[in-house]
Design a protein around this ligand. Structure first.
Ligand SMILES: [Zn+2]
Ligand SMILES: [Zn+2]
Length: 300
């Protein structure tokens, strides 16, 4: 099972030079199962880079199962710029929640309303790729090829889904955009993340910053470390960096989190993990290594 980070930032892309090492594109993570099935977790601006990569490797076409946690901008903004959408060779399956109670239409209608005028010059339905849409609720449990996918509601304004991908090689839990404090949801998330080989968790704030951002739907590096400890995850990746967090601030969060949960990483664009039964190898890339003493050596 291979995991690659294409966008790691929360809220809005950041372009400042002092954020280049971790990267400024918003949420997008690629997971390739042992069967070769490709999953995409969220469609922030990192999706554009993934699309360019896929298009270059396959005459423009691609197959992917795209799991959308929720519809805030930083999780869908890359969709109109995803090259495989523009290829008749592509087949893309989109999964997302439909909740009238939370003010959300079907995943199909939400994305069709995004890729259309006046937000974008071309309507999604006029693009030549083949597309399928499936609404998924919290608690969904289904399989695609060799991978079982489960979902879990997370505490976030307008709702958000966590995804767990379980393959013969291991498990990945993606739990971003989540604020702790709702007892039932906190407990459910700990059970959902239990024993994950790789837990990718919201770590947008420091505890001090969080005190000013209560109700905004995010976690601190300390919450993420506690979640990893409580759920007995094997590795934690701090994710959804604040758009105002410089590289040195993320370094600091990483060092602090490592004291509470030693197997912690901070997500950086280009970072990769290779999960095999019983072991997880990290390829952190130069951007994440420079200036971050607590990062372990890469095994490339
Ligand atoms: Zn977000
Ligand atoms: Zn959000």
């Amino acid at each position: 099972m291979k995991v690659r980070f294409w966008g790691v930032r929360g809220s809005v892309p950041s372009l400042e030079r002092n954020m280049w090492r971790y990267g400024g594109n918003t949420s997008c993570v690629e997971v390739i199962a042992p069967s070769g099935t490709r999953f995409v977790l969220d469609c922030g601006t990192g999706l554009r880079l993934l699309g360019n990569h896929l298009a270059a490797a396959s005459n423009g076409g691609a197959e992917a199962h795209v799991l959308v946690t929720h519809y805030h901008w930083d999780h869908i903004q890359g969709i109109p710029y995803f090259q495989p959408l523009f290829s008749p060779l592509s087949c893309l399956w989109f999964y997302g929640f439909h909740s009238p109670a939370l003010g959300t239409d079907t995943v199909r209608k939400v994305l069709e309303a995004q890729v259309t005028q006046p937000y974008f010059p071309v309507h999604l339905n006029s693009l030549p790729s083949r597309r399928e849409f499936r609404d998924v609720d919290g608690g969904a449990n289904f399989s695609i090829a060799d991978t079982r996918i489960r979902t879990c509601w997370l505490n976030h304004p307008q709702g958000c889904l966590g995804f767990r991908l379980e393959s013969p090689a291991g498990s990945v839990v993606y739990a971003t955009d989540y604020e702790p404090g709702e007892v039932a949801l906190d407990r459910a998330l700990r059970e959902f993340a239990a024993g994950a080989d790789l837990l990718i968790a919201d770590a947008q704030y420091s505890p001090e910053e969080f005190a000013k951002r209560r109700g905004w739907g995010h976690s601190t590096w300390s919450d993420a470390a506690r979640l990893a400890c409580d759920s007995r995850a094997r590795n934690l990746v701090l994710f959804h960096h604040d758009p105002n967090s410089t590289d040195s601030i993320v370094d600091r969060y990483l060092r602090s989190a490592c004291k509470e949960f030693p197997e912690t990483w901070a997500a950086a664009e280009g970072m990769q993990f290779h999960i095999r039964p019983g072991c997880v190898h990290a390829h952190t890339g130069q951007r994440a290594l420079a200036g971050s003493a607590t990062l372990k050596p890469e095994s490339e």
